[in-house]
Design a protein around this ligand. Structure first.
Ligand SMILES: [Zn+2]
Length: 324
């Protein structure tokens, strides 16, 4: 009897855990990527998300429950191991998980990191922005688009902030999910088609909203937006810091303040996850205003629509500040 009770207790204890692990077979690292994965999956299942809430992927560390979720997954979607550096150890401990990097597997447009002048030197701050080994990574996949970048040692990895790249990511996701779960292939394809139409509409919409601001200067907290700028014809004149949680030097702030005056900077954009003190200090005594741009979807509920909401709000928040 005692034995039976023990068994029942053990069973009750283990069931919910086993279930959670059983249910989450598809995992994605950051909210925008998770959103695209969930949109392609539709009703066939629920994808797990690692960098949840308003956490930043820069300097992120996995919780034990997230390590378990990853180890129990069939497939994990990430941007690139140089971006989500926190995945490196867990993936080494989970050889059966198919890790799909949308940078490695796809045909994304890749841009080099901006450096020098108003762009803070990257130096040793290689928290996922720097990409010194990119050459090896892309060459063994043999994508011709990547080899264009093979001689550059640093690629900006905020690749998702661009609807053309998002469409390519959707193709990569659809292909990878389809080979993992062939029984759902036609559902994935239909969902992907619907999503791509929405992404195309979003691109046009944002370009129209942003076209009046092509020649206006702005500064960002960290250099997350080159892909967004390229798609919409915008150009940031500088960034305050390379790593949002790594405060800039006094000299750096002086340079930024000078830049604000020289370029007639209209807005300096903070990010919702980080204290606005830096931005306040930078604009003090100038005509520049403080705006907010959110590159990760910090304030949005994860889900299939998050990506569209994130990109719409980027354009809206940009206009909101620049048009005042
Ligand atoms: Zn970043």
């Amino acid at each position: 009897m005692k034995k039976l009770l023990l068994l029942v207790t053990a069973f009750l204890f283990l069931t919910p855990l086993a279930h959670a692990a059983e249910d989450t077979k598809v995992v994605a690292t950051i909210k925008p990527l998770h959103s695209l994965v969930q949109a392609v999956m539709g009703d066939t299942g629920t994808a797990g998300l690692l960098v949840d809430g308003n956490a930043s992927p820069h300097g992120f560390a996995l919780k034990p429950s997230q390590i378990r979720m990853t180890q129990n997954a069939d497939i994990l979607f990430l941007i690139d191991l140089h971006f989500e550096q926190f995945m490196e150890n867990v993936l080494a401990s989970a050889p059966s998980v198919a890790a799909v990097s949308v940078v490695d597997e796809g045909n994304l447009t890749l841009l080099e990191l901006r450096e020098g002048g108003a762009w803070e030197d990257h130096g040793d701050h290689d928290h996922g922005h720097g990409d010194k080994d990119h050459k090896e990574h892309s060459d063994h996949k043999g994508h011709s688009d990547h080899s264009d970048h093979a001689d550059h040692d640093e690629v900006d990895l905020h690749v998702w902030l661009n609807t053309a790249n998002a469409r390519d990511m959707v193709q990569t996701i659809t292909k990878a999910l389809g080979s993992q779960y062939p029984e759902n292939r036609s559902v994935y394809k239909a969902n992907a088609r619907a999503l791509i139409i929405k992404l195309e509409a979003l691109e046009t919409e944002n370009q129209q909203k942003l076209s009046p601001y092509k020649d206006k200067a702005f500064i960002v907290l960290h250099d997350a937006y080159p892909y967004f700028e390229a798609e919409n014809g915008l150009t940031a004149v500088g960034s305050i810091t390379i790593e949002p949680d790594d405060p800039p030097s006094i000299n750096r702030l002086k340079e930024i303040r000078q830049k604000i005056t020289e370029t007639n900077t209209v807005c300096v954009f903070r990010e919702p996850q980080f204290d606005d003190r830096l931005v306040q200090t930078a604009i003090e005594g100038s005509d520049a205003r403080q705006g907010t741009l959110d590159p990760i979807g910090a304030n949005f509920e994860p889900g299939p629509d998050l990506y569209l909401k994130l990109m719409t709000s980027l354009a809206d928040n940009f206009v909101d500040c620049m048009s005042q």
